[in-house]
Design a protein around this ligand. Structure first.
Ligand SMILES: Nc1ncnc2c1ncn2[C@@H]1O[C@H](COP(=O)(O)OP(=O)(O)OP(=O)(O)O)[C@@H](O)[C@H]1O
Length: 260
């Protein structure tokens, strides 16, 4: 997995199914270094399923995924964990532990032992700083707010330091200022050569921060540069409501309106 690959993630004719329902059929899609993709679409359209399948944690019914040019199915869990990380939509904590310990868990994949080195500790602290939570390093994980807990999850992924970041609704528990910081952080990660894929319900955040958008709808999808995909016609087809496009401060905003 050391040779440079032109794609960090590649879907080749991927089909995803839950029960008898086909969510996606014949998806050909590539994530290159430097790209920040937002996956948009209605509730239940298959965004989480897509992220979990790309992470190798959910079955792919046809086609295959390649991670850094290698078939995902052929990689061991340890190899996968060194090259891709997934932020779940919900974090479930059974035990008390200091926040820094949760972040240090991200380093485990790189040394295989539970004893963190001084460098691991420095990287974990730096990851907490990047998500604005260094003051909570010693706090009990179980005492955090929903937004703080979600950012600890992202810090753990940053400590894991993978090539591909898969994030399921990373902004869902964040206040508006934290959303801007988080989307800026994801864009910076991509600009540094990582591949970032995040599901999102905020079209305006996606169109402002993502380099690319994958817009999913029943039996249809659009993929490409964010400014090309975030257009009223495609958004209306995908979400089933009207959109008015408003230009403000040099940015395009999309205002959803009920259908007449
Ligand atoms: N294990 C399962 N068994 C049956 N159906 C499932 C299973 N997992 C997911 N589904 C269904 O698959 C569909 C896609 O779910 P998914 O969570 O991927 O949607 P989503 O686009 O992420 O939705 P949301 O925006 O609400 O998070 C949903 O209709 C869901 O009910």
């Amino acid at each position: 997995m050391s040779a440079p690959a032109s794609f960090i993630l590649q879907a080749q004719q991927v089909s995803l199914q839950v029960g008898s329902r086909i969510l996606l059929e014949g998806l050909d899609w590539q994530v290159r270094p430097g790209e920040f993709w937002c996956v948009l679409g209605r509730n239940g359209i298959g965004k989480s399923t897509l992220l979990h399948a790309a992470a190798g944690l959910q079955p792919t019914h046809a086609g295959q995924w390649q991670l850094l040019g290698q078939p995902l199915q052929g990689l061991s869990p340890a190899e996968m964990a060194r090259h891709r990380g997934l932020l779940l939509q919900q974090q479930h904590d059974a035990f008390s532990m200091p926040v820094i310990e949760a972040v240090l868990a991200g380093r485990f994949v790189h040394h295989g032992g539970w004893q963190p080195s001084t460098q691991d500790e420095a990287l974990a602290l730096e990851a907490l700083e990047r998500v604005g939570l260094s003051s909570l390093a010693a706090a009990d994980l179980l005492t955090l707010s929903g937004g703080e807990r979600q950012r600890v999850g992202l810090a753990t992924l940053l400590a894991q330091d993978t090539d591909l970041y898969l994030l399921d609704e990373p902004t869902s528990h964040q206040d508006v200022a934290a959303q801007l910081q988080l989307m800026t952080l994801l864009r910076t990660l991509a600009a540094g050569g990582k591949g970032v894929v995040a599901s999102c319900h905020d079209i305006n955040l996606a169109s402002r921060f993502a380099t690319h958008v994958l817009l999913l709808a029943e039996g249809q999808r659009w993929a490409g540069p964010a400014q090309e995909i975030c257009r009223p016609a495609a958004l209306e087809a995908a979400f089933g409501c009207r959109f008015v496009q408003v230009a403000t401060d040099g940015m395009l905003q999309f205002l959803p309106l009920p259908t007449a």
